[in-house]
Design a protein around this ligand. Sequence first.
Ligand code: NAI
Length: 324
Amino acid sequence: MTLSVGVIGTGVMGAEHVRILREETAGARVVAVCDADAGRARAVAGDGEAFTDPLALIHDHKVQAVVIASPDATHADLALACLAAGKPVLCEKPLAATADQALRVVQAEVQLGKRLVQVGYMRRFDPAYVEMLHVRQSGAIGEAVLLHNTHRNAAAPDWFTGAMAVTNSFVHEIDISRWLLDAEPVLARISAAPGGDPLMITLETDRGAVVSTEVYMNARYGYHVHAQLVGRDGTVEMAAPTVTLTNHASQHGHAWPENWVPRFRDAYRIQMNAWVRSIAEERPVGASAWDGYVATAIAEQVATALQTGNPVRLDFGQRPDLYL
Ligand code: NAI
């Protein structure tokens, strides 16, 4: 069976998801795209239909499943519309712009009694993170006690406002740290360098591990994501994110990608294929709506701590049975 997918938002991520669906995904085809900018939608629509109204795409009878890649503030309402229509949805991170909105998505899914939402925390499909998880689970490095994350962008995207370094970027580390450590953060501390960039955020987990994350939105030299997991008996960390090394102009080394698209190309592709397969097999994979809610709830509380300068005890309630 071929899954007929509609993609909402055809900017950087949406256009990449359309390309992956067309060129690198088994069992799927793009039957519709939607963008508030009609020209942008038409440019990537190919032989699919181009919409400017996302609700019209969600309700279109051709569309069996939806990818949401429009701006953060649109995610929750569109995910709710997909749930109301009974259509599976891969929603880009974050699940919502606020914890309240994210919780509404969780509540609607719990009410439905069926998991239809996957949140695009694609690092869970990145080969390096997957290998780090396997090493921890094998017991080879002993009990995991520290996780050091580095998250550097060359420059913050144009549309970044307010606390988005936390609510849009750091959410990746919240999600991947919970997943890598199989633990829940319970306490957060945050400090900012002069000018507010970079940030240093520390989380303590309910298993006693400590997670440090540098979030640097304007690091200039390139896009650089790194993680090192420290255990009692050893460590495991990512190698340089390239497959080749260059000798040039008296230097030996690798180039840094400009942004997340080349760095996480494999992760986006593997995520999309896993999502399409999971719909056929009715077996959800990846980050759930609950995971999406927890990431946004923690980010919101960390953003508040940034204002007050005080450590914050994290609170996001009980995981509903649907997500156990
Ligand atoms: P973008 O600005 O390049 O694209 C967004 C597109 O959505 C634009 O073409 C805009 O015209 C369109 N749009 C705006 N409002 C709309 C509406 N109501 N209905 C339909 N289309 C609408 O942004 P980008 O970088 O593609 O980010 C999109 C989403 O993807 C964001 O939520 C962002 O957080 C997420 N993202 C995820 C990444 C990941 O690694 N998983 C990386 C980068 C972004």
